[in-house]
Design a protein around this ligand. Structure first.
Ligand SMILES: Cc1cc2nc3c(=O)[nH]c(=O)nc-3n(C[C@H](O)[C@H](O)[C@H](O)COP(=O)(O)OP(=O)(O)OC[C@H]3O[C@@H](n4cnc5c(N)ncnc54)[C@H](O)[C@@H]3O)c2cc1C
Length: 241
């Protein structure tokens, strides 16, 4: 899988607000929103004088709504449609997903316990090839049945119906936008040992990318490696999920 950050919130400090910040973008906006609640522009407490310290405090006391102002958009490629079915259950994100009807060609994502076993991988490939052959065959038959329909509409309807035969392992791409609080919740829920391997891997990769653009909002999260080599992401401070 590949995850790229393609959009982040820009922050603009009003010229009449006497606030000095050591961060920018999403992190600065979250701190600004928190300080705006009390007009606490001066920073008498050293523990919260930095953006890292301030956001850690916000997370510790659960003042998480300030994290909702800042948004990050990612472009996720090469994940299975089974995974996106779970991903889109999260109601605070916005999504734009590759149309399987318009882009019918594609790869399959081989799940980890299968990928590392040559025999299982061969079985898996044979099953996906069989499913794809059935898809092609059904599409051809539907198209000939709809011979009287206009050719573009015919192809669309045939693909729409035939794609129902394609396996959940089919690779897909999706653009996802969410605020920092929603991203934190997603990582907390899916970064654990209990989550499916693919979505857990996604949660860990997302944490790495989000840290690159808003690290202070994820400063309490840690990535650790289990004895079997799988990585998990967790935070001792996350109280919701
Ligand atoms: C290990 C695991 C196994 C799962 N297994 C299944 C399964 O077998 N079947 C299945 O259908 N799903 C399953 N799910 C999906 C799960 O039930 C959720 O739909 C999914 O994780 C989205 O999380 P959410 O609903 O908490 O959060 P989001 O939609 O991301 O919302 C975030 C938070 O906002 C709040 N919130 C959002 N909407 C409401 C609302 N309407 N009312 C009150 N509070 C709200 C809640 O606090 C929620 O946690 C599983 C998830 C996990 C992590």
């Amino acid at each position: 899988m590949r995850v790229d950050v393609v959009g982040i919130t820009e922050f603009r400090l009003p010229d009449d607000v006497p606030l000095e910040l050591d961060a920018e973008g999403p992190e600065a906006l979250a701190e600004f929103a928190g300080r705006a609640c009390y007009e606490s522009w001066s920073k008498p407490n050293p523990a919260t004088a930095t953006n890292a310290g301030y956001l850690r405090h916000v997370i510790e006391v659960g003042h998480l709504s300030v994290l909702e102002h800042a948004q990050v958009t990612v472009y996720i490629r090469g994940i299975s449609r089974s995974l996106t079915h779970e991903l889109i259950r999260h109601r605070h994100f916005s999504y734009s997903q590759l149309s399987q009807r318009h882009i019918p060609e594609g790869e399959y994502v081989v799940p980890e316990p299968v990928a590392s076993d040559p025999e299982l991988a061969a079985q898996f490939t044979a099953a996906t090839e069989q499913a794809h052959a059935a898809y092609e065959e059904l599409m051809t038959q539907i198209e000939s049945k709809l011979a009287q329909v206009d050719s573009t509409a015919r192809r669309k309807r045939a693909r729409q119906a035939a794609q129902t035969l394609l396996p959940g392992a089919r690779s897909t791409d999706i653009v996802v936008s969410g605020n920092l609080r929603a991203w934190r919740q997603f990582i907390a829920v899916h970064g654990t040992d209990q989550a499916d391997d693919e979505i857990r891997e996604l949660a860990v990769v997302l944490l790495q990318r989000l840290r690159e653009v808003a690290g202070n909002a994820f400063g309490d999260f840690e990535i650790s490696t289990l004895p079997d080599g799988r990585e998990i992401a967790s935070s001792a401070l996350v109280t919701e999920g």
